[in-house]
Each structure stands twice: as structure tokens, then as C-alpha cells.
Write a protein that binds this ligand. Structure first.
Ligand SMILES: [Zn+2]
Length: 486
């Protein structure tokens, strides 16, 4: 006789269904598992037998077959394996199986029978919620319950294997609420704190048009402070975007410590160090995980000291950003469409021409040459001036420059761009309508083609912020003032 239950494994951020079949075996083999790697089999056997023993259940001679075969080391199959054996041994009631038969079951077992949280429960719950296994139900570890409940699935959870077998399981009674408005949260960073009008303006245009922005300024000028305020002026996240971000961060294992807290619903801000590996930035590996570019999806990816990043990593990043996704081995993909922001010094000594640069002409030229590696990633550039302590009296005017005001303008501009003739709002596509004067101004600059496209798109955003869907000479002049190269 045999029993089959449903489980799932994570590939990148995608849930892949797995069937766990337990069959009585007359031989003396004890618990045998096929369909997992040798290491995964050894580890799962020890955990499952030990946890079952805590419930006074002897695994006995049983074959467990995992289909399709699973690579890597997915500890999240433990609970399903243990429950399949339990059912085979008639240690669980008929009513229990009527409730669980079609559910996806995920959870890692500890030796003492506790059920540990796993990565990827949100992805699995989304798959269950789409009815992939019949009745849209999922059984997860208690610590993953809140996050799984943000999906359409009917969620049950347990703390121990004993609870999974004998119940009662916890069940979601009401969907967890979200945090309030992230822009008006007490700890939110406000755009009004940024003294430079041109930097505030560049951030607003970049947010409205999703234009990658390069901040250039000496150390201490506040480039990081500027970049950090960008996530707060992007449009409020939609429910679908919320769920995408939660799915990604849960798959990366970043939700573990906050498992009982509702998700924050803030746009992500990720700032990987320049020593980051290609896998760290773009994702991948044997048990493929999201990289920083995917963790920043729907939010901001900040490359501080972008000139220090390896050329090969920047090239790969450019490819990923142009496709908006990372493709893993086989067919799995991970979304990767953050708003990119970079920072760099004006020159090698960092002082820049205004503050007594000490670079030799040769060093200035080599610094310029290296800039080619990253400049093509950006559509806009703005200089962040150095402000000596106490040097400029800036009184923030929350009425004009607060993040919530700017975000409202950004949302209005995006609505105009979305209905502008030509195309939906897609970065890098569709050249907008333009007045002859604006076109002449652009032509006088004799820019290379990729820059013409970027300047046109930035100009369209400037026009939209001005409540227009046609680019005039004034809009074009401002767009040109933010172009990446002179
Ligand atoms: Zn210098």
C-alpha cells in the first residue's frame, strides 16, 4: 500500500510542485528515500526518523519516493515526508487526511519534532492559492504563517510534528493588515532634508520616469542621503507589487526574523558593497537565490562608489537591467527591474575642480576612461555639491519639497506618461511627440544614439511633471542639463 502527499521546492523565487510517495517495503532497509541528492537524503532521514520518534511513530521499512527528482538540499520536504509515513502507518485520523490530502505541505523538522521555518513559503502559498493542487490549501511552519497569509491560499500552520499529526492546526481567520503609509512614517527620510535644488529635482525626475540616476560629488556631500530618499518618492506600491516584494524577500530568507510581523510594504532599498560577487549581485548558485538586483525589484538599487565595482559585474548588471529579469539555469527567472542609482566622486582625489583638485592630467584622463564602464548604465547625471558644516542655512520647506508632495507629483506624471501617445510606460521604448524647437535644440548637441533616446525619455518625463504630453524647448533644455556626458 502507498500514500502520496503534495509538497514543493523553491527554484530562485518560483515554487515547483513535488509529490512525496510513501510505500511499505517488506525488506530490511528501514527508511529509504529516492529522488534527492545523497547529502539531502542522509540529512532528511535523520531529521524525519528522530522527529517521528518524538511522536512515538516508528518509520519502519518504508520507501519514500520524491518526484520529480530534486537537486540541491531542500529541507522543506521534511514535514511532508513525515506526514506521508504517518498516514501509511495509520497514525493519523481519517478526518485529518480529508483536510490535508490536497494541501501543499512544507516545513523543516528539528530532531525534537519542532517545525522550523523555511524559505519560499510565500511562493508556495501563491501556487497553492492558484489552485495548483486542487483546493488551494497549504500547511506551513507557524513562523511562516503571517507571510503565507498574504496570498490567496487557505493557510494552516503548526509548531511541531505532533501538532501537524494530531492537530488542531492554526488557521488564518483574517488577512493580516499592512503597515500604514511608509512616506509618512515617523522614521521616514524626507526629501525636504536635501539642500540642493538640482539634486531634489533630479531625484523627482528619476522617480517619475524610472530613469537610472548617477550622483557625482565629493565625499561627504550627501550622495547616500540623497539616494536613500528616492524610495520614498516613488509611487505607492500596488497590492501586486507588495506581494512580489514579499515573495522575493521570503525566498531569499530575509523574512526569518520578522516572521510574526506583517510585511512593511515599503519599497526596497538595497546598497550592495562594491566587492559584491556576480552571484551576490545577480543571484544564482547551487540552491539558486535572488541577488541584490532582484531584492531591489520594485525599489531602488544603490551602487555607492560605482567606479569601484568590477567591470565584468557592471556589464552583467547592464544586461540584466535591460531585460528586467535574471534567467537561471533551465527555465527559472527572477524579476530584476529596480530603479538604479549610482554615486561616484568627481575625480580620483575626490575634491573636484571647485575645491582644489590635486589630480594630475593623466590621472584625470584615466578616471574619465574608467567611467565608460558604468556611465552607460545611467540615463541622468547630477552633481551633488559639497556643503561645509554650517555653511548653508537650509530650512526645509515641507510644503513644497516633502516626500509626500513630491510623490503626488510623481504619481500624476506617471499617469500622463502612461496615456501619452505611442506606448505604455516602458523604460527605453517609444519616442514621444516633440516640438520642432525642442528637436532643433537636441540636434545641435550631436549626441550618440543611446543618449538621444535617454534624453528624449527624460524630456518626456520633465514635460509630464509640467502636466504636458508634448516636449517643448524648455523641457528639452532641462533634460539636456542632466545628460550623462557633456
Ligand atoms: Zn581630483
Amino acid at each position: 500500500m502507498s500514500v502520496a502527499v503534495h509538497s514543493a521546492v523553491l527554484v530562485g523565487i518560483e515554487s515547483r510542485p513535488v509529490t512525496i510517495m510513501a510505500e511499505s517495503n517488506l525488506g530490511p532497509g528501514g527508511l529509504k528515500i529516492t529522488g534527492l541528492s545523497d547529502v539531502a537524503t542522509r540529512e532528511a532521514r535523520v531529521r524525519v526518523k528522530s522527529a517521528l520518534a518524538q511522536c512515538d511513530i516508528e518509520a519502519g521499512n518504508v520507501d519514500v519516493i520524491v518526484t520529480p527528482e530534486v537537486t540541491g538540499n531542500p529541507s522543506g520536504l521534511d514535514l511532508a515526508i513525515a506526514l506521508a509515513i504517518t498516514a501509511l502507518r495509520h497514525k493519523a485520523g481519517e478526518e485529518f487526511w480529508q483536510q490535508r490530502r490536497d494541501a501543499i505541505i512544507v516545513g523543516e523538522l528539528a530532531f525534537d519534532g519542532r517545525v522550523h521555518p523555511v524559505r519560499g513559503t510565500v511562493a508556495h502559498a501563491r501556487a497553492a492559492g492558484k489552485g495548483a493542487t486542487g483546493r488551494g490549501q497549504i500547511v506551513v511552519p507557524k513562523a511562516n504563517h503571517t507571510d503565507a497569509s498574504m496570498t490567496e491560499a487557505e493557510v494552516f500552520s503548526c509548531d511541531t510534528l505532533d501538532q501537524a499529526i494530531n492537530g488542531p492546526l492554526w488557521k488564518t481567520l483574517a488577512k493580516p493588515g499592512k503597515y500604514g503609509d511608509p512616506v509618512n512614517a515617523p522614521d521616514a527620510l524626507d526629501l525636504a532634508d536635501i539642500a540642493s535644488p538640482s539634486v531634489r529635482r533630479a531625484l523627482e525626475i528619476a522617480a517619475a520616469g524610472q530613469h537610472p540616476l548617477l550622483l557625482v560629488g565629493p565625499p561627504g556631500s550627501g550622495k547616500t542621503q540623497a539616494a536613500r530618499r528616492l524610495a520614498g518618492i516613488l509611487p505607492r506600491m500596488t497590492d501586486a507589487e507588495d506581494l512580489d516584494v514579499l515573495t522575493i524577500h521570503d525566498a531569499a530568507g530575509l523574512r526569518g526574523g520578522n516572521a510574526y510581523k506583517p510585511p512593511s510594504m515599503q519599497r526596497p532599498f538595497r546598497a550592495p558593497h562594491h566587492t559584491v560577487s556576480e552571484i551576490g549581485l545577480l543571484g544564482g548558485g547551487d540552491n539558486p537565490r535572488p541577488g541584490e538586483v532582484t531584492l531591489a525589484h520594485h525599489g531602488v538599487l544603490f551602487l555607492d562608489e560605482v567606479h569601484e565595482f568590477r567591470k565584468s559585474v557592471l556589464e552583467s548588471l547592464g544586461r540584466v537591467l535591460s531585460e528586467g529579469k535574471v534567467t537561471l539555469r533551465r527555465t527559472a527567472t527572477m524579476p530584476a527591474a529596480p530603479l538604479l542609482v549610482g554615486s561616484t566622486n568627481p575625480c580620483e582625489c575626490g575634491l573636484g575642480p571647485d575645491r582644489g583638485c590635486t589630480c594630475t592630467p593623466e590621472r584625470l584622463k584615466s578616471y574619465r576612461d574608467r567611467a565608460v564602464a558604468y556611465e552607460s548604465l545611467f540615463a541622468m547625471r547630477v552633481e551633488v555639491p559639497y556643503v561645509p558644516v554650517g555653511g548653508v542655512a537650509w530650512s526645509p520647506d515641507p510644503e513644497a519639497y516633502s516626500s509626500s508632495k513630491v510623490r503626488a507629483r510623481v504619481e500624476a506624471a506617471r499617469a500622463i506618461i502612461a496615456r501619452s501617445p505611442g506606448a505604455p510606460f516602458v523604460l527605453g521604448r517609444s519616442i514621444p511627440t516633440i516640438t520642432p524647437e525642442a528637436q532643433r535644440l537636441l540636434d545641435t548637441k550631436a549626441l550618440p544614439f543611446p543618449m538621444i533616446r535617454d534624453v528624449n525619455l527624460v524630456a518626456r518625463t520633465v514635460a509630464a511633471l509640467d502636466d504636458k504630453d508634448r516636449i517643448t524647448e524648455v523641457h528639452m533644455a532641462e533634460a539636456l542639463s542632466f545628460r550623462v556626458r557633456p
